[in-house]
Write a protein that binds this ligand. Structure first.
Ligand code: SF4
Length: 665
């Protein structure tokens, strides 16, 4: 099937077209037709396109249908890249199956995940063979993995309920350094190779932005070749690209590497494997590990001594700010491993050892590069995690601007490329994103949400509140009181969105002490998806969240009827990356506030507010508790960016609004 045989996009998406006939609950949307037509044209002309499609437009099908038609028509392959797992799951579990099963579009698609998500059958067999001498571990967990491995079809980590950092998984998952590829005796049982085969056979690959850039960094070795890309949730692209065009290295990564070679505490590590190395090589490697571990403790310990009491991120502007002494022991360890590997006959074991040597070398190179502030046009900084013991200390480098990298590595070589999201514009213009990403030649299309926000949304701005910069404590007190009263009116059912964990904890404590009757869920108490499930199930709960809850969260219906924005979401100007970007803009003659901080905050506010209305039937209140939205001249830009709706300063109006919404108790 192609769309040509079925007439055209207009008909396909129209009130009497195939979507209307085949999809339950389908509602005709002019915006969806407009988007699908522009995507179709962009694909046909191999162009570049930016589409802001407001919530409810039906943007996913608006790009998937023409994309499917295009790849089928020319035997091509396309990538759909998302930022959140939620959208990836929606594409793989709902939208793409719908194309095949309900719309008879014979498309083949595959979910692509990073290599470390797959069990490596060879390493797992080796792990079981080595037994507990090499890697002591909970036997219950190993039994569970053995039992799971016997029935899993995909060998994906997500099928196992493992803690985020799992030592065993690190030893048994696919690692590019340790993969034997076609020479592997387990190649026929290899989950990763099966997944790669599915990807080779697929017309559409669903990836996340991180994997897209990892593929770019690898020279195209991670994903099969492709002809087009659609970036959904494209508003996050700059930050993800920035991560990937830079690097980071932490004390935990070094510790993990050293433990993989030799962990004297647990008597584990590759050096303990029976008969793998000559006794002299074992002695040498253990000595090199001891030196590297001591050097690592000194190196990161000095950073903690110098900056441990200060902010969590410190920009390093000059060489000589950090002591050296770690790169040489790591290089020596790499040499000892490489030399010892030469006498290992078993190819699989040799590759494991070579992989560890490569990691030690790469760590030494990163440290040397950091100490010299070697990467031009990059910002270098150290970050210090929370906690007393085992604090994570990391070195980071990231490009100050990603536009030139993206131009060179994505937009010039790849045609067509489409970017979409519910929030790509500021003041109805794409200039900010276009400039930040270097997507200079892209056509643009701006489609409003079809939802009736004039009648279904009320914006509440408290009549007076302390300024968060001048009276921070009074501001927190006023936020807590306003939040408590709003939650009473909405009977829970609210997201309270913060810009910092510290403020979230303070306000949450105060709201509790004011006698809130509703379940208060707080980010960090449970994994994100579990927290959201509890929020959806408990219709009187409230979720306090930071960062990741501002976007990519879909809670339609009565579980969410109020979104409270505590503070305008400006990036912190002293954050190293933000500061460096602002300096670069000032050097180029721009005003950093109006050209960077303000538009970034407006996009984030629009994301946060966008959590509220997810369907035609949804109704609710947006409350912005930061008085600057009224008192500062820039406040009007925030207000202008919100969906059209009535505004009130009266809590009585809020009470009346909620009383009109029929809700189940
Ligand atoms: S081919 Fe690579 S990932 Fe697959 S089982 Fe072998 S070593 Fe592991």
């Amino acid at each position: 099937m192609t769309l040509n045989e079925e007439m055209n996009i207009e008909h396909f998406f129209g009130p009497h077209g195939k979507l209307a006939a085949r999809l339950p609950h389908f509602e005709f949307r002019r915006e969806q037709v407009a988007m699908a037509k522009r995507i179709e044209r962009t694909l046909a002309t191999e162009g570049h396109l930016l589409v802001e499609a407001g919530t409810g437009t039906g943007k996913t099908l608006a790009y998937l249908v023409p994309l499917a038609d295009w790849v089928l028509d020319g035997d091509r392959r396309a990538i759909v890249s998302t930022f959140t797992k939620a959208l990836q799951s929606q594409l793989i579990d709902k939208d793409l199956p719908q194309l095949v099963d309900r719309l008879d579009i014979p498309i083949r698609y595959a979910l692509c995940l990073g290599a470390a998500n797959y069990l490596c059958t060879r390493r797992f067999r080796q792990f079981l063979h080595r037994g507990s001498k090499a890697i002591p571990a909970s036997s219950d967990l190993i039994s569970a993995i053995v039992e799971w491995e016997a029935r899993t079809r995909r060998g994906l980590r997500s099928e196992l309920a493992l803690a985020e950092e799992n030592r065993i998984w690190n030893e048994i998952s696919r690692s590019p350094d340790a993969c034997l590829g076609y020479r592997c005796p387990e190649a026929h049982n290899c989950y990763y190779r099966h997944a790669r085969q599915e990807q080779e056979d697929a017309h559409i690959l669903v990836v996340n932005h991180h994997l897209f850039f990892a593929n770019l960094a690898s020279g195209g070795n991670v994903l099969p070749p492709f002809n087009a890309v659609v970036f959904d949730e494209a508003h996050n692209l700059e930050d993800v690209a920035s991560d990937h065009f830079g690097y980071h290295l932490s004390n935990r990564q070094i510790e993990h590497l050293l433990n993989s070679v030799h962990n004297p505490r647990t008597r584990s590590g590759i050096v303990g494997l029976p008969d793998l190395f000559e006794p002299e090589a074992v002695r040498q490697i253990r000595a090199r590990v001891r030196e590297a571990r001591a050097a690592s403790h000194r190196f990161f310990g000095e950073i903690l001594m110098t900056w441990g009491e200060g902010p969590s991120a410190v920009r390093i502007r000059e060489t000589g700010a950090l002591g050296g002494g770690l790169q040489e022991p790591l290089t020596k360890l790499a040499s000892a491993l490489t030399e010892a590997s030469l006498s290992i006959e078993d190819e699989m074991e040799r590759i494991e050892v070579e992989g560890l040597a490569a990691r030690a070398n790469a760590a030494a190179v990163s440290i040397a590069s950091f100490l010299e502030l070697h990467l031009e046009g990059h910002v270098h900084w150290i970050s210090i995690g929370e906690g007393r013991d085992d604090q994570e200390v990391a070195l980071h480098a990231a490009p100050v601007e990603v536009a030139s990298h993206l131009r060179r590595e994505v937009f010039e070589p790849i045609h067509p490329v489409a970017m979409t999201s519910a929030t790509l514009t500021v003041d109805s213009r794409f200039d900010y994103l276009r400039y930040r990403l270097g997507f200079d030649d892209a056509d643009e299309l701006l489609l409003p949400s079809p939802f009736d926000t004039e009648n279904n949304v009320l914006l509440y701005l408290p009549p007076c509140a302390p300024d968060p910069r001048r009276e921070p404590n009074a501001f927190v007190d006023s936020v807590a009181l306003e939040t408590k009263l709003l939650l009473d009116a909405s009977r829970g059912r609210a997201f309270v969105l913060f810009t910092s964990y510290e403020m979230m904890r303070r306000v949450s404590g105060l709201v509790n002490s004011l006698g809130s009757k509703h379940t208060l869920l707080q980010q960090g108490e449970l994994p994100r998806e579990q927290l959201l499930d509890r929020f959806r199930q408990d219709l009187h709960s409230t979720l306090f969240g930071v960062h990741s809850f501002w976007q990519g969260v879909d809670v339609p219906g009565e579980a969410l009827q109020c979104v409270i924005i505590v503070k305008l979401p400006f990036d912190v100007p002293t954050d190293p990356v933000t500061e460096a970007r602002m300096e670069a803009l000032a050097d180029a003659g721009f005003d950093p506030f109006s050209s960077y901080l303000l538009p970034g905050a407006i996009m984030m506010l629009r994301q946060g507010v966008g959590r509220l209305i997810r369907t035609m039937e949804d109704r609710g209140v947006i409350a912005i508790l930061d008085p600057r939205v009224k008192t500062m001249s820039y406040g009007r830009y925030f207000l202008n960016s919100l969906p059209p709706c009535p505004v009130t300063e009266s809590r009585d109006d809020i009470d009346r609004f909620f009383m009109q919404i029929p809700i189940a108790d």
